[in-house]
Ligand binder design. Structure first.
Ligand SMILES: Nc1ncnc2c1ncn2[C@@H]1O[C@H](COP(=O)(O)OP(=O)(O)O)[C@@H](O)[C@H]1O
Ligand SMILES: [Mg+2]
Length: 244
């Protein structure tokens, strides 16, 4: 299948007061690509992906998602884009007072999502099966481990059949084995749902397993892009240091 650009970000700026976070940053994400983003804590990784779906309003620049000019589109178009872009938040909180089934129902109700071929129950079961947790359908979040909660949060994202998934620190707070499993799951989801993804992470094992290439963010822009192997063997110590 021919590759196309599913996200194009150009010359994007965002400041909070005199705190300049994005300073003309740009990149493209292609269909089927898993792009890793690393960078020091507080550098603006989460701000960048929030700007892509306008959870934060950028000050200036261009964001094009699946052919839509996101910064100039109206509310209806923006909602369409948000349905197509799944967002796995840092922390990935579930609604504690709702069962797993109700957590997954929530985005369907909120967006009045309709699938022509599958009813709601089928969509819920299929998403849970994809993350290996169909058994948990009637459990409450308090009965789940940290890794299971991440999986359910991912299932909740998958239920709207996104074309792009934004993963914000998907393995943070998990033990090494569980982190590895989640990283493998990110790859499996791409195969199963034909998604492209941005994966923000400081977990280098996750970056190694789940991404095709990695960009390093610094001073409001990207300083370098390469595969895990290329960057971890870089001649520049500053770049290698991200991989220790
Ligand atoms: N809504 C906001 N209002 C003001 N400052 C913010 C807001 N969101 C993020 N920031 C600031 O932007 C910077 C980058 O944050 P963030 O993107 O969350 O970093 P990270 O790279 O760790 O994800 C931080 O200094 C943070 O305090
Ligand atoms: Mg962050």
């Amino acid at each position: 299948m021919e590759k196309e650009n599913v996200i194009v970000v150009n010359n994007l700026y965002k400041s909070f007061g005199d705190n300049d976070i994005l300073n003309g940053i740009g990149f493209t994400l292609q269909s089927g690509e898993n792009l890793g983003v690393v960078g020091k804590s507080g550098i603006g990784k989460s701000v960048l992906i929030k700007c892509i779906v306008r959870l934060i309003e950028p000050d200036w620049g261009e964001v094009n998602v699946l052919g839509t000019n996101v910064l100039e589109c109206n509310e209806i178009e923006l909602n369409e884009i948000r349905k197509k872009v799944g967002y796995l938040f840092q922390g990935g909180a579930l609604y504690d007072s709702m069962s797993v089934r109700e957590n997954l129902l929530f985005p369907i109700r909120r967006t009045q999502f309709v699938d022509k071929k599958k009813d709601t129950e089928e969509l819920i079961e299929e998403s849970l099966r994809s993350v290996g947790l169909l058994d948990a359908i009637d459990k409450m979040p308090s009965e789940l481990s940290g890794g299971m909660k991440k999986r359910i949060a991912l299932a909740r994202t998958l239920i709207l059949r996104p074309e792009i998934i934004l993963y914000d620190e998907p393995t943070t707070g998990l033990d090494a084995v569980t982190s590895g499993e989640i990283s493998e799951l990110i790859l499996k989801i791409r195969e199963e749902y034909n998604t492209a993804a941005i994966i923000i992470t400081h977990d280098m094992k996750c970056a190694k397993i789940a991404t095709d290439s990695i960009k390093i963010m610094k001073d409001g822009g990207f300083i370098v892009q390469g595969t895990y192997d290329e960057l971890s063997h870089s001649e520049e110590k500053e770049i290698r240091d991200y991989f220790i």
